[in-house]
Every structure is written in structure tokens, then in C-alpha cells.
Design a protein around this ligand. Structure first.
Ligand SMILES: *Cc1c(COP(=O)(O)O)cnc(C)c1O
Length: 386
């Protein structure tokens, strides 16, 4: 299906709501039945009918159709956060005594889900170097059930060879899951490469306006039904109808936003790589990136997220550079309209926390929708003063 059809029309049965161009927010917890047989049919098919909004709400159903089509999957679920979607995908495919192979340095709460939460239920794991397929295979045990990927990750951007990982999972009978937040379905479609479940922090690009926290899970009809019947209905981490409407609105511009961020980040990283005060740029589409070839093979773009390492390691200079930046906001998250900076020096010396395993002179940048030249001028003056 054409991307324009998905983003502008799919799932929008306008005749059902006064031919309104934009879908209504169906702000109702429950739905009325006058016919017992129709009620019975709805109870037996909660995912496909409108019985109760924890199961399926008409506004959310429009969003689900678009998410599935974007990922080229059979079906999709919407969750109240990316973390809820990740947890549902993983928990839904393990039982006590099972083992998970996960790439090292995944999103922090994916790490904690395996390292703390699932440990309590006797589900064990190994973290592996995802750039090395032999190391992934060597970690698979007889009780391994899930292969958890994140390609690229959102700080240093290591990739996994998605097709090779999907084939490996099939060979060993594992469920393969990928966190596809970094690329969004515009730039990477893991299901078409053989992955079983693609999950997103939809808080980032899918919504794209820094005003909703939500998650998406895409997979086969059977897998989605299984997770719906258990994790989504039991844990109940759903997205509200109002938020679903905001996300549908965000999706209208997903393609435009992704290309804008991509083009701006390419321009800015090319310039930064030549700058005398910059040691290194981490960006999958930059020619110096160690996995550049693989990135070109499985991604059609990279979006606005990259990291750079400054030459100096002097904490005062690093903090000074941050304070000179006027057009980048210090905030967590990314994927919205606004450009952001996350100086790793800000994660050092936090009371009650260990210093991160990341170099102090690393800065993560997110390039939003502003004029790239306007952003570059800000970087230039801050580097100049440092
Ligand atoms: C933000 C993020 C998440 C978590 O998503 P929430 O919507 O905040 O729950 C998961 N994975 C990646 C890569 C992220 O950047």
C-alpha cells in the first residue's frame, strides 16, 4: 500500500462519523448492544469488535491499522508507552526457566526488564555484541526463547544484521523482536526482513510532537492476538482515545518529518566531521561509521539522532560548550519537533548513581525540524567559544 494512502486514509471510514475529514475521539469506556447474538460475537472477538476500551476503541483501531500497514505486518497493538510494548513482546514469549539473548546496551528499561524484573521470575538472559553474529549464535542455549534486537541503538548506534539475525532465530526456533524506534518504519521495515515482532517507542518519531507517550507492537495476526489476550488485557497498558487521535495527527507528517530530520542531520554531521575540535561523529550514514555498508543495506535513512565526541576531556570545557548552546534543549527523549542535546557529562556525578560506562566527552544530539543552517550556526559559535 502507498505510504500516502496509509498516512492519509487507511482505517478512516468517514461515512461512519458524519464524513468528518478527521476521525473523532470516541471517548467512551464501553459500547451498547441491543442484540444478544452481536453481543456474544463481540465477547468472543474482543480485539476485532468494540466492547470495552481496554480491549479495542474505534479511535485506537484506526491507529492500529495504520501502524500495521506502516510496518508491513498483519496486525498491530497500541500501548501506553514504548516500554509497555517492549515488555509485552518479551514477557509474552517467555515462561519461568526460559532464557533470552539480547544485544548489549539496549534501551535502559529493556536492560532493567531483563536484569531486574524478569530475574524475579527465573527468566535468565545473556547480553551479546550484536555486531557479531557468531557471538549471538554462541549465546543461544536449549532454553533460549527470545532474541531481542535494537538496531541501531539510540546512543552509539551499533547495528545488527537484521536479515542474518532473523534467519538465526528461525533456525533455532526463537521469537525475534526488534526495537525499531531509531529508524521508524519510514527508514527500516524489519518484518519484511523476517523479524517476528517490531516494537516502537511511539513517543519518538511516530507521534513526533513531544506531547504523547505511547508504544507500538507489530507482528503476525497470531502473535498479536496472543499478546492481546494476555499482556495487553492483563496488564492493561493501553493508549487513551484522545492520545490515539493526537498520534494519528502526528502520523500525517511522519514521512515529511523523517526526511527533514535526516537531511538536516546529514548536512550537520558532514560539517561536524571536518571540525578541528571534534574527535569523532557517530552516525550510521556517515562514511566513517564502521557499519556504514550494513546501514546502507538495511536502512533507507537515519533520521536526526547522532552522537559526537569532542577532543577535550576537560569537564569544565565540556560543560562550557553545553552552556554556550542556545538553540538545543537539554532534555531526554527525541523524535519531536525540537532539537535536543544530551551531554554525557550531565550523567556524571549524579548522587546515588554510578558514572555511566560512556566517555565523558560524548554528546548526543537530536536534530528536529528547525532550519539546519540556524542550528549549525549555534554549534559553530559554541565550539568557537570552547
Ligand atoms: C524512549 C525509548 C524507549 C521507551 O519508550 P517510552 O515510550 O518512553 O516508554 C524504548 N526504546 C528506545 C530506543 C527509546 O528511545
Amino acid at each position: 500500500m502507498h505510504l500516502s494512502e496509509i498516512l492519509n486514509h487507511l482505517g478512516e471510514e468517514r461515512a461512519d462519523y458524519f464524513n468528518a475529514v478527521s476521525p473523532p475521539v470516541i471517548q467512551s469506556s464501553n459500547f451498547v448492544y441491543k442484540d444478544l447474538d452481536k453481543f456474544r460475537a463481540a465477547v468472543s472477538d474482543e480485539i476485532g469488535s468494540h466492547l470495552y476500551t481496554r480491549g479495542n476503541n474505534p479511535t485506537v483501531a484506526i491507529l492500529r491499522k495504520k501502524l500495521a500497514a506502516l510496518e508491513a505486518s498483519e496486525d498491530a497493538l497500541a500501548f501506553g508507552s514504548g516500554v509497555a510494548a517492549i515488555a509485552a513482546a518479551i514477557i509474552g514469549n517467555v515462561s519461568a526457566g526460559d532464557h533470552i539473548v539480547c544485544v548489549k546496551a539496549p534501551y535502559s528499561w529493556t536492560f532493567k526488564l531483563l536484569d531486574k524484573f524478569l530475574r524475579r521470575f527465573n527468566v535468565t538472559h545473556d547480553f551479546v555484541d550484536g555486531t557479531n553474529i557468531a557471538e549471538i549464535e554462541a549465546a543461544i542455549k536449549p532454553n533460549t526463547k527470545v532474541l531481542m534486537l535494537e538496531s541501531p541503538n539510540s546512543l552509539t548506534f551499533e547495528l545488527q544484521d537484521i536479515r542474518a539475525c532473523a534467519a538465526l532465530a528461525k533456525k533455532h526456533g526463537l521469537v525475534s523482536i526488534i526495537d525499531n524506534s531509531y529508524c521508524s518504519p519510514i527508514f527500516q521495515k524489519p518484518i519484511t526482513m523476517g523479524i517476528d515482532i517490531s516494537v516502537h517507542s511511539g513517543t519518538k518519531y511516530l507521534n513526533g510532537h513531544s506531547d504523547v507517550v505511547f508504544g507500538a507492537l507489530c507482528g503476525s495476526k497470531e502473535m498479536v492476538q496472543q499478546i492481546f489476550d494476555s499482556e495487553q488485557m492483563n496488564l492493561g497498558a493501553i493508549v487513551s482515545p484522545h492520545d490515539a487521535m493526537l498520534i494519528i495527527r502526528g502520523l500525517r507528517t511522519l514521512e515529511l518529518r523523517m526526511h527533514r530530520s535526516h537531511d538536516s542531520a546529514i548536512k550537520i554531521t558532514n560539517w561536524l566531521e571536518q571540525h578541528p575540535k571534534v574527535e569523532k561523529v557517530y552516525y550510521p550514514f556517515s562514511k566513517s561509521f564502521p557499519q556504514y555498508e550494513l546501514a546502507q543495506k538495511q536502512m533507507t535513512g537515519t533520521g536526526g539522532l547522532f552522537s559526537l565526541m569532542l577532543k577535550t576531556k576537560d569537564p569544565q570545557k565540556l560543560e562550557g560548550f553545553f552552556y554556550e548552546l542556545e538553540r538545543f534543549l537539554l532534555a531526554v527523549s527525541w523524535g519531536g519537533h525540537e532539537s535536543l542535546v544530551l551531554p554525557i557529562v550531565a550523567l556524571y556525578n549524579i548522587p546515588g548513581k554510578e558514572n555511566p560506562a560512556l566517555p565523558i566527552n560524548l554528546f548526543r544530539f537530536y536534530i528536529g525540524l528547525e532550519d539546519p543552517d540556524w542550528l549549525m550556526a549555534d554549534l559553530e559559535q559554541a565550539l568557537e567559544k570552547m
